[in-house]
Design a protein around this ligand. Structure first.
Ligand SMILES: [Zn+2]
Length: 179
């Protein structure tokens, strides 16, 4: 039909689609045809960032109408390692300055302290594990910091991969600009 051939005009095929990695980092631009291939082979998926003009319509064949978005994250590896949350262990918790040394602030005889003690169902997670000296750890015993009257210097937080933090900020800004 005429409308379909009209959709196949060069201006639409010349439009580009931004391909993102599994970590939502922009990788490259591809044309509509390449994007359609990635979508129909299930190597990528549409990403709707809510701009309202996310979709670029294209017609792949007379029987198949495909909506191609402006952004597609890959569902397969682009060769870039997929970042995973590091395990909660002494080395990882100590790494960098993610954590301050809790309670008295001593940097000697350090141990891992569970805010909600394991004996009371506390989890071995980034949100529940801090670095403290052995003395504070045993003084706190099987109490929470609040119960023990031992306030935290800083709330523990799971580490964030820098590029992901950047991408997160980028998308938050995109969203904010739309509101
Ligand atoms: Zn201490």
């Amino acid at each position: 039909m005429r409308s379909q051939t009209a959709n196949g005009k060069i201006p639409i095929l010349e439009k580009s689609v931004v391909v993102f990695s599994q970590n939502y980092l922009p990788l490259c631009k591809v044309n509509i045809k390449e994007a359609v291939v990635l979508l129909v082979t299930d190597k990528a998926e549409p990403l709707n960032i809510g701009t309202g003009d996310e979709w670029q319509v294209t017609v792949a064949s007379p029987s198949l109408v495909l909506l191609v978005p402006k952004h597609i994250p890959l569902k397969v590896s682009s060769g870039e390692p997929v970042w995973k949350l590091p395990p909660v262990n002494r080395r990882e918790v100590l790494r960098g300055d993610r954590h301050s040394f809790q309670y008295c602030g001593s940097k000697k005889h350090l141990t891992l302290d569970h805010l909600i003690p394991r004996s009371r169902g506390g989890q071995h997670t980034w949100e529940n594990v801090v670095i403290a000296c052995e003395r504070c750890n045993s003084r706190k015993g099987s109490r929470t910091p609040k119960e023990a009257g031992m306030p935290l210097n800083r709330q523990p937080k799971a580490p964030v991969h820098l590029p992901i933090a950047f991408a997160d900020k980028f998308w938050t800004n995109v969203q904010a600009n739309l509101e």
